[in-house]
Design a protein around this ligand. Structure first.
Ligand code: ADP
Ligand code: MG
Length: 399
């Protein structure tokens, strides 16, 4: 689960990380109120969307101006002007895709005098099974470019969970960023605080780009992006409360309510499959025959008729879906249950696109019989190859 920058900063502030003062604003009036409370003389008006690259982003609406999604303001009037321009406008950044994201919230923050911009992130590293820190003196810019062009400028170390964070990690961080004396002390205590926050809150990723040295020598977290491990959210109701569903895919939210593993993709063939491995194989074979999947959907081993119905409704409600392929191997899951779910869903929501069903395994004959006798316009298939070719041909014929 992802949260907004201002929420991430509040989480980090609770662990005593140095962040600036600021307030979220949902309206221009709230932005002015926030600016007054902060007092100035320099403010930053920051769009809050679940995507980075805001500073260099562009608004779709010309009225929103061409100064990007992070703007320095030197008066309260300017804060208000920016807030009016940005709220409701659609910001396109390298991370939003061409559709962009509509801005519903702003963060009004004290402006900082920046001396240096560093990069710092922490993540769960699957290779070492540890939390790793990544640091670079080249902050504020696209870190992927730094890694590609000047890999020697990227430093990393991992923390053994048995010992936790140690003074030598802090020294490694200071060395990576070329900090000595007071600066070294600050980074040493910062990595300790960040590690503690990371572990306590079950984060999966924490990225501070940039971490700055201000002209007074103090370190400050200037941007913050945090993701949490969804499997651990049950023990963090305070984090769950920060969820902003307007930033998430509506179909994925609906799927999560039915406990379905669903991810939206950009192809045209909707897939309903049981088991993640079979779902991956189904997506691959659709690609092999020249089309692309519209989603990943694993209905799970013990799906009920209701779950299958819900899944089918999500697929048919998606206007990108030009055809549906149901590929079920009945093990624990019985083919007749799947058939009943599909029939119930089609009766309920109708079927406007071709549907290919491939059933195999437990109660397959009964499942096929139900579908045959339902009178529905379903193309049945015998194996994976056959099914993929049939749905690709059907979608192409309908186009
Ligand atoms: P993004 O990564 O989405 O572009 P950032 O929060 O990193 O957004 O902001 C982009 C740039 O704007 C930063 O690299 C920094 O130069 C500037 N900036 C952001 N916040 C402040 C602030 N509080 N004071 C001064 N400059 C800021
Ligand atoms: Mg940034």
């Amino acid at each position: 689960m992802n949260i907004h920058e201002y929420q991430a900063k509040a989480v980090l502030r609770a662990f005593s990380a140095p962040v600036a003062n600021g307030f979220p604003a949902f309206t221009p009036e709230e932005a002015v109120e926030a600016a007054k409370k902060l007092g100035g003389p320099l403010w930053v008006v920051k769009t809050q969307i679940h995507a980075g690259g805001r500073g260099k982003g562009k608004f779709k609406e010309p009225e929103a101006g061409d100064k990007g999604g992070v703007r320095l303001a030197r008066s309260i009037e300017e804060v208000e002007t920016f807030a009016r321009q940005m709220l409701g406008a659609t910001l396109v950044t390298v991370q939003t895709g061409p559709a962009g994201k509509q801005v519903h919230r702003l963060y009004i923050e004290d402006g900082a005098n920046i001396d240096k911009e560093f990069y710092l992130s922490a993540l769960v590293d699957r290779v070492t099974s540890r939390i790793s820190f990544v640091l670079s003196t080249e902050g504020g810019v696209n870190i992927e470019d730094v890694a590609h062009n000047t890999p020697e400028k990227i430093h990393s170390f991992s923390v053994d969970p048995a010992t936790g964070i140690m003074p030598h990690h802090g020294r490694a961080a200071a060395k990576a960023l070329g900090l000595t004396g007071e600066g070294a002390k600050q980074i040493e205590s910062l990595v300790t605080r960040l590690y503690t926050a990371f572990v306590n809150k079950d984060m999966s990723m924490l990225e501070i780009n940039p971490l700055i040295v201000q002209s007074n020598g103090q370190l400050r977290v200037l941007d913050a992006k945090v993701s949490f491990d969804s499997n651990a959210l049950y023990r963090h109701p305070d984090i769950v409360a920060l969820r902003d569903e307007t930033e998430e895919d509506a179909k994925e939210i609906e799927a999560s309510k039915h406990d379905l593993n669903y991810i939206t993709l950009d192809g045209t063939i909707g897939c309903m499959v049981n088991g993640a491995g079979l779902a991956m194989a189904t997506m691959d074979i659709i690609k092999l025959y020249g089309e692309s999947p519209a989603n990943f959907l694993d209905v799970g081993g013990g799906a009920t008729k209701e779950k299958v119905t819900a899944a089918f409704k999500i697929l048919t409600a998606d206007s990108n879906v030009k055809g549906i392929l149901i590929n079920i191997f009945g093990g624990i899951m019985r083919c007749d249950v799947i058939a009943e779910g599909v029939i119930a869903a089609v009766k309920d929501v109708g079927l406007k696109v071709p549907l290919v069903v491939r059933l195999e395994g437990t109660n397959v004959d009964l499942g096929k019989k139900y579908i045959r006798e339902s009178g529905l316009n379903v193309i049945s298939a015998d194996d994976l190859d056959d099914a993929a070719q049939k749905i690709v041909n059907a979608v192409r014929a309908a186009a």
